[in-house]
Write a protein that binds this ligand. Structure first.
Ligand SMILES: [Zn+2]
Length: 458
């Protein structure tokens, strides 16, 4: 029996009443939030805590839920940063991933999980993809990395079955067998859950999607798919599948609905958005990576006005330079403001897009996404006594618009303190960063094409 108090901060609960509670204590017993209120009242009800986490001068929030990233691409961070998306993916990212060994992918995934924790992201959906031989050489790399870091994770280990680099392809039977094992062993087990993910619309078939949706329905998991991120997505859907658009391809394949998460959708037109809304399909927007990769900008206010369930995510280390949900929520709301005549989204929307909306879109809002009794103890403490934050008279506005990942002081996942005083408690971070740098530099030195990319020469 472990009792922890996160004491004395301003709690931004993101509950149904959007309560903001000054000088509040959050009590967590055995991983579950059991009380939110005055410190003395918490002691009378629950006793003295085993662990007292000081949140004085800080904001206390539910941990951010990063609903889409690609930790497997970590070595590609900075490579081809300003290129057009498809050129960037095929000619900078796939080459370095093809040169990586199993240990490289584990280290990349582990550093991604650590980066997310230090940013205050207590949940991450990892949309990994690996060369076939790497994947088949042992246990799930993402599961191993998530467990080593202590993060809550949705394993969306994506598949490619056609029209992509040959060393990444799997057969349809391999895809279903692999996911059946993942679901049976890890879905809603401990800190893990599972989603099925066709990585790219032109690299899958209607039959693949139908098989995936059948397994999703039978197993209660969700489908997670990139959709209409660039014009190329629609062009390839026309050329490969004869569909009007990426959304049309998914619709005709039976792959839309409330248990489907679409990532991106910048190039979804008015007809597509009507279909997305009518089918109850969810959209995870990646505003920072849309800016980074010069995609068409999406107004989340427009999507919300159509009744589409929305949230934001980072799209990760290679796709936007980092894992910041502070950036994602600020950019998502900022873009909506810029595209509208009147202010249409604000502070509360930003905070919800990164917490409860994100948890709902991943189907885990029964566990996380708000500070409420009965939910899991995924809690972050954000320092407000910083020069770029003070004076934080309006604490929600300070968190939404002024704070940064480096202001995250403490992070609890399922009641376990995984970041204390800004230091990761589960992984030797300097050693991990050193090893990643050593191995990635070794690949750049031995592979001339990648070395040229690293020097900005190609
Ligand atoms: Zn992505």
């Amino acid at each position: 029996m472990t009792l922890s108090f996160v004491e004395g901060g301003t709690a931004i609960t993101v509950d149904a009443d959007r309560r903001v509670l000054p000088n509040t204590t959050v009590a967590i017993r055995n991983g579950t939030i059991v009380g939110i209120g005055d410190g003395d009242a918490m002691r009378r009800e629950h006793g003295e805590p085993d662990d007292l986490i000081d949140a004085a001068g800080a904001a206390v929030l539910p941990g951010f839920v990063n609903g889409h990233t690609h930790g497997c691409m970590l070595y590609g961070r900075t490579l081809g940063a300003d290129r057009e998306f498809t050129d960037w993916f095929a000619r900078t990212q796939l080459p370095i991933m093809s040169a990586m060994e199993r240990e490289d992918f584990f280290l990349a995934e582990l550093l991604t999980m650590v980066e997310n924790l230090l940013e205050g992201n207590t949940t991450v959906l990892e949309n990994s993809f690996f060369p076939r031989d790497v994947r088949r050489s042992g246990t799930s790399i993402v599961v191993d990395a998530a467990r080593a870091s202590g993060i809550r994770a949705v394993i969306a280990d994506a598949y490619l079955t056609s029209n992509s680099a040959a060393n990444f392809l799997e057969t349809p039977d391999e895809v279903i067998d692999r996911h059946t094992d993942l679901i049976n062993n890890h879905h809603r087990s401990g800190l893990l859950s599972v989603a099925l993910s066709p990585l790219l619309p032109w690299a899958t078939t209607p039959a693949d999607l139908q098989n995936s949706m059948r397994l999703c329905r039978d197993s209660g998991v969700m489908l997670h798919a990139h959709c209409a991120e660039t014009p190329h997505y629609n062009e390839r859907s026309v050329a490969v599948h004869g569909a009007r658009s990426n959304v049309d391809f998914l619709l005709s394949s039976g792959a839309l609905g409330p248990n489907v998460q679409l990532v991106g959708c910048s190039e979804a037109d008015a007809e597509d958005l009507i279909v997305i809304a009518q089918t109850g399909t969810r959209v995870i927007s990646v505003p920072t990576s849309d800016l980074y990769q010069s995609h068409r900008l999406t107004s989340l206010a427009d999507l919300r006005s159509r009744g589409i369930p929305i949230s934001v995510a980072s799209n990760g280390c290679a796709g936007n330079g980092g894992q910041s949900m502070f950036d994602a929520m600020r950019d998502g709301v900022g873009i909506a403001k810029a595209l509208a005549v009147e202010p249409v989204m604000g502070v509360n929307d930003a905070l919800e897009l990164a917490t409860i909306d994100a948890a709902r879109n991943l189907g885990i809002d029964d566990l996380v996404g708000s500070l409420e009794i009965g939910k899991r103890g995924d809690v972050i403490v954000i320092d407000l006594h910083r020069p770029h934050v003070a004076p934080a008279l309006n604490v929600p506005a300070a968190v939404a618009y002024s704070c940064r990942g480096s202001d995250v002081r403490h992070v609890l996942v399922d009641g376990n303190v995984v970041v204390r005083g800004g230091q990761c408690m589960t992984v030797d971070v300097p050693a991990l960063v050193g090893e990643v740098l050593r191995r990635a530099s070794g690949i750049a030195a031995s592979e001339p094409d990648i070395g040229a990319l690293a020097c900005g020469l190609s």
